[in-house]
Design a protein around this ligand. Sequence first.
Ligand SMILES: Nc1ncnc2c1ncn2[C@@H]1O[C@H](COP(=O)(O)OP(=O)(O)OP(=O)(O)O)[C@@H](O)[C@H]1O
Ligand SMILES: [Mg+2]
Length: 431
Amino acid sequence: MNLTPREIVEELDKYIIGQSKAKRAVAIALRNRYRRSKLPKQLREEITPKNIIMRGPTGVGKTEIARRLAKLVGAPFIKIEATKYTEVGYVGRDVESMIRDLVEVAVRMVKDEKAHQMEDKVKPIVEGKLVDAICDTRRAVNMQVDKTIVEQELKEGKLENENVEIYVLDSQKPMLAIGGPEISLGSMFDGILPQKHKKRRMSVARARELLTSEECDKIIDKDNVYAEAIRRTEEEGIIFIDEIDKIIGKAGGSNNQDVSREGVQRDILPIVEGSTVATKYGNVKTDFILFIASGAFHVSNIEDMIPELQGRFPIRVDLDNLTKEDFKRILVEPKNSVTMQYASILAVDNIDLHFTDDAIDEMAEMAFAENETSENIGARRLHTIMESLLEDISFNASDTLPKTEVVIDKNYVQNAFKETKRKFDLKKYIL
Ligand SMILES: Nc1ncnc2c1ncn2[C@@H]1O[C@H](COP(=O)(O)OP(=O)(O)OP(=O)(O)O)[C@@H](O)[C@H]1O
Ligand SMILES: [Mg+2]
């Protein structure tokens, strides 16, 4: 990962409107990982990451930033919900599992890379197996088989959709349920239980994928993969802790819930501070993992967090409330904008959906007004508005009808919300 902070922000800009402070903060934190990795070893050991807390109202892009970051970084990255560790009866439930999950991501990453490098090497073996499987499958139904023709047709890509029977590793792992959460025994016994092969029927294309990954598995040096995965986890790993405010009780609070929440903070502390966690691939030092936390902090404050944990999150960024202008941009600008999503979904059923500028304006206005008068749910309001706006069209569209162009203009929006709008107005008086 050697995108510059500017480049990271540019990437994030494609999906998230505004929130430039938060984008800058995460971009700098990411780049600092890279900068650190270029330093001599002794100095590197001295520099721990500056963890970040993002604070801001609901639905303004906190989780979205994390999701986009994950796709961008090319480093082991996981997003966890802090609340996962507060379930009743599970106070401080195995917080170390977040490190294990992170290593798991790293292992998959390294494995994929290695497999990619091996693809050419295993190709002849896989194609050979495919030819045999196709011939056998055909013979089983008494078809005449000419191996050379099969080879030729396979090469020309003519057989991709034909069904074949192949033996594949049985990936079903035994599960054990101990009065609640199911625990997969599979991984515990990896390498101990004999691997079972099972005959399965599938398309040639799918069979090629499975055989390729099996053949790659055979020649990839697992120890190398695990060592590299652990190195990457320790040096480049990023953990995004979402909803961190939910594990913060009221200052000085002493009811059960507050105590349990504080317990979770105490459990998380050593991981954020730096400790060693045992995983099935080896020990992982957590000292240099970057943590980015986020929360709405409606009821609690960062200052209510236990001081030791606060100290480990020196960088605080506030996300801004979204304005009507932001809403307008969110509707059309992001690569995966809401309007684009609906247009593509309805295109499947022959609807050619367009929005006029004044319709966008009207929707943004409505979203903003509704957030003001009822609960403020940020950009999520746009989804609810789009959903009810297009309800009628969504219901009536079907691919048996001819292609129809539908233009949503201001009038359409106003009509669709006539009823609701009156309700908004009434609410003003009721409140
Ligand atoms: N600034 C933004 N730019 C583009 N889309 C946004 C923005 N903010 C929110 N959205 C959209 O709104 C939805 C909710 O946003 P997100 O999940 O990031 O909220 P959040 O800040 O994490 O809120 P919460 O505190 O409730 O978890 C997402 O679908 C996202 O695409
Ligand atoms: Mg969120």
